[in-house]
Write a protein that binds this ligand. Structure first.
Ligand code: BGC
Length: 360
């Protein structure tokens, strides 16, 4: 198609007018501070949250705390207020109890703080908590073990080891407590045993939630407590893993020790990572927990909308998340437990991943 000089002039003027047209001012600027990109969940959810906020009319900036580097996050938060001029901060803390100084600077500038997914403690600067019901997640993980090992009707004692999340992540305590709450009745009667006797949260906590650290601990347990795949040593019936990354590490250790697919214990997880869902299909991981990122993003937008317009956001829990200065007003989203029994309905039919992605 030939464009005449006149038409070209009209087109250029139209383009100039379009670019000079006033842009709508953003409703405000939101700062997102996440712990690391080297974790599947945060890698995907950071940009997703940013996009949801932008679509809702906000400017948003997303910062990661290096790779779980506390000192970076501590410096980052006040800088997001001073340099980036954010109007509100949503923070997933690396160490929940070590942000008090950084956040007091934020508070002085009148910037509200949402503690996102993990509770920030020992700080008065936190306005709200938004995440999933972490204790319920732990209960669902425990229940998955109860069901898989038929603990309601079983009488043969079973062996279960526990892998909790990072010691400095408050949520990890809630997951662990929820699982123990469900399993304790079977532990008390001796139906569930933990041969390592490592049952305190601190003993089971895996630094930085990494697969490598989980693998190393499982290597040690295998060696010390003689877990074998063939019945010559001790049998291992289930491993409580607080998330899919830990499950992956535990699985690696078991494989190294010679466990074949049909000799593996029932392993729990969380986050419904694609690789974990594929393992569930193959039968090498027992369960996971789906924490719908769309639900979290939608609630984040709603909370930001309310706080920045001076309204009280929707709250559904006012007692569980005590940060040392009282219970923080919270909105807890509902987790969904996934096993091979509901994977198709809860993941494929909902469009999270396709049957092909999962190898179904
Ligand atoms: C989150 C999990 C995540 C873990 C490791 C926890 O605080 O709730 O979803 O797997 O951190 O990043």
């Amino acid at each position: 198609m030939r464009i005449t000089a006149a038409a070209s002039l009209i087109l250029t003027s139209a383009l100039l007018l379009a670019s000079a047209a006033p842009c709508f001012a953003a409703k405000g600027k939101v700062g997102l501070a996440l712990p690391t990109q080297n974790d599947t969940r945060w890698y995907y959810e950071g940009p997703k949250m940013k996009q949801a906020l932008e679509q809702a009319g906000y400017d948003a900036v997303l910062f990661y705390g290096g790779d779980n580097d506390l000192s970076i996050q501590q410096r980052q938060l006040p800088r997001m207020v001073e340099k980036e001029k954010v109007n509100i901060l949503a923070v997933v803390p690396i160490e929940g109890d070590k942000l008090a100084d950084a956040l007091s600077q934020v508070q002085k500038k009148g910037v509200p703080v949402i503690s996102l997914d993990r509770l920030i403690t020992k700080s008065k600067a936190v306005s709200y908590y938004l995440g999933f019901d972490n204790r319920e997640i732990g209960r669902q993980q425990g229940l998955a073990i109860v069901d898989a090992l038929n603990l309601h009707t079983a009488y043969e004692p079973v062996n279960v080891e526990f892998f909790a999340g990072d010691e400095n992540d408050n949520s990890a305590r809630y997951f662990f407590a929820g699982a123990q709450e469900v399993l304790s009745q079977y532990m008390n009667t001796g139906l569930v045993n933990t041969p390592s006797n490592q049952l305190f949260f601190k003993e089971c906590a895996i630094k930085d939630w990494t697969a490598e650290n989980a693998m190393k601990r499982m290597d040690q347990l295998i060696e010390k407590y003689h877990y074998t795949p063939d019945g010559k040593g001790r049998k291992l019936d289930a491993v409580y893993c607080a998330n899919d990354t830990l499950a992956q590490g535990v699985l690696q250790a078991l494989r190294k020790a010679g466990f074949k697919d049909d000799q593996l214990p029932f392993i729990t997880g969380m986050d419904a990572e694609l690789s974990a869902l594929q393992r569930i299909v193959k039968g090498t991981q027992g369960s996971t927990i789906y924490k719908d990122p769309n639900t979290l993003c939608a609630q984040l937008v709603k909370m930001v909308d309310a706080v920045l317009s001076g309204k009280t956001p929707e709250i559904n829990d006012e007692k569980t998340y005590n940060n040392g200065f009282g219970a923080v007003k919270s909105y807890l989203c509902e987790p969904v437990a996934i096993t091979k029994d509901n994977l198709k309905e809860a993941i494929v039919d909902k469009g999270v991943f396709s049957a092909k992605d999962l190898g179904l």
